[in-house]
Design a protein around this ligand. Structure first.
Ligand code: CMC
Length: 428
């Protein structure tokens, strides 16, 4: 009869151990009993970059990378992208269920009421140099927010947690828009709650002194869908950072600033910026074969391709490709799109990419859309951070309430020198 256990034989000692299997995992701590002698520390698992280690249980986001499936709280991403809105999805991620009409109205009102930032924070932002990267400004400004809302450190108080969530979701677009306005040397536009979440964001970025200024509804909706697609992606680098830093019981602003810093890297949220730079470097469809050859020789990576989890077409990339065409109907097409489409076509037929299961990921097309909407390239990671904040916060709330979680503290395998005596400077 089958049993949900794993039998391990330690060939060093000949001893046999039986450890339980639960949810397709064994507990790493169950390995600790495996010792060669009583003084032995016990067996550990070694897993650089956590390629096969589950650090938590979660009920938020489901991904099947082989089949290309992504669901938030059980709802397929395709249905949410078609029928929902970003703020509704943020509620779903954080609260676990879709809101009723009243709940959604209250949630939206609370978030939109928190779109203003403290004037001193706005002043602080003005102190950045004219060419400061907006992601650097966002990370620092979010960290600074903890000083404006010191009660946020009471993370065990549910009402306090809730308030910081409204504040973060409300204020992030404002900080992002202010960072952008500083970059282009224009005065701030203060939030207009009546324009909706993405409508207000585009308004804060764009508005000068036009009469009857309106945000184009197709662009506001396209951005809203992009926000839905970027809202959560289970235990990626930045989300794991949010959980790890949050596990020290620090306030959510400090943890979220750390998560945003993780997102800034070119292998994570910085990838869409890298995609655009790559497409610009390629310059013309005729240069693609030579570029692919360099990638295959290992000189370059094809940015926007490949994923730790998806070994199939990223379901978000499919939806984004469709939005790209809707946006181009408003903004006009871009030669970079032709390069991207051809690059994708060639790569998907090439054995190098097929054998390694390298498919376009979410960042492959998002950068082209953002560029068409006239966002400067360095705003791209910021456009990832704004919606991902809802995922970070959902995961943070889950972590804070999980009785199994403790401060994150991995082990190491020490391979350095044995003990040795200090050598004075004049004898070295
Ligand atoms: N271009 C060319 N070769 C690649 C690429 C790529 N983009 N990605 C992976 N490979 C190759 C890699 O060289 C290796 O080949 P080999 O077995 O011959 O050594 C093989 O595929 C496996 O790669 P890996 O580095 O072990 O894969 P990983 O799971 O550690 O990396 C990744 C995942 C996303 C960091 C990587 O695919 C990559 O660098 N992609 C480009 C950056 C990018 O688009 N990042 C955005 C990810 S999606 C947004 C997000 O979630 O942040």
């Amino acid at each position: 009869m089958s049993k949900d256990t794993l039998t391990i034989t330690d060939n060093r000692t000949g001893k046999t151990y039986e450890v339980p299997i639960q949810n397709g995992t064994i507990r790493a701590m169950d390995l600790r009993q495996i010792k060669v002698n009583p003084d032995d520390f016990g067996l550990m698992s070694y897993d650089p970059a956590y390629k096969n280690t589950a650090s938590c249980t979660s009920r938020i986001t489901f991904i099947d990378g082989e089949k290309g499936i992504l669901r938030y709280r059980g709802y397929p991403i395709e249905q949410l992208a078609e029928k929902s809105t970003y703020l509704e999805v943020a509620y779903l991620l954080i609260h676990g269920e879709l809101p009723t009409k009243e709940q959604l109205e209250y949630w939206t009102n609370r978030i939109m009421r928190h779109t203003y930032i403290h004037e001193n924070l706005a002043e602080l932002m003005k102190a950045f140099r004219y060419d400061a990267h907006p992601m650097g400004m966002l990370i620092s400004s979010v960290a600074a927010m903890s000083t404006f809302h010191p009660e946020a450190r009471n993370i065990d108080d549910e009402a306090v947690r809730q308030k910081q969530i409204w504040r973060i979701l409300g204020k992030l677009p404002t900080i992002a828009a202010f960072a952008y306005r500083i970059r282009i040397g224009r005065p701030f536009n203060y939030p207009d709650a009546t324009r909706g979440y993405t409508g207000n964001f585009l308004y804060m970025l764009d508005y000068m002194n036009e009469r009857d200024y309106e945000v184009h509804p197709t662009l506001a909706r396209a951005l809203d869908v992009l926000f839905i697609l970027h809202a959560d992606h289970e235990q990626n680098c930045s989300t794991s950072t949010m959980r790890a830093v949050g596990s020290s019981r620090v306030d959510p602003y400090s943890a979220l600033a750390a998560a945003a810093a993780a997102l800034y890297g070119p292998l994570h949220g910085g990838a869409n910026e890298a995609v655009l730079r790559m497409l610009t470097d390629i310059g013309h469809v005729k240069n693609i074969p030579a570029y692919i050859e360099r990638v295959k020789k290992g000189e370059l990576r094809l940015m926007g391709f490949g994923h730790r989890v998806y070994k199939n077409y990223d379901p978000r990339a499919r939806i984004i490709k469709k939005i790209a065409h809707e946006v181009f109907e408003v903004t006009g097409t871009s030669p970079l799109l032709d390069i991207a489409l051809e690059l994708e076509r060639i790569a998907l037929e090439d054995d190098y990419f097929i054998s390694r299961k390298l498919y376009p990921n979410v960042d492959f097309y998002s950068g082209i859309i953002y560029r068409a909407m006239r966002f400067p390239v360095d705003m791209f990671p910021v456009l990832f951070a704004i919606p991902r904040a809802s995922g970070w916060l959902a995961q943070w709330v889950e972590m804070v309430q999980d009785p199994e979680q403790k401060i994150a503290r991995p082990r190491q395998v020490y391979l350095g020198p044995e003990q040795r005596d200090y050598v004075p400077l004049d004898q070295r």
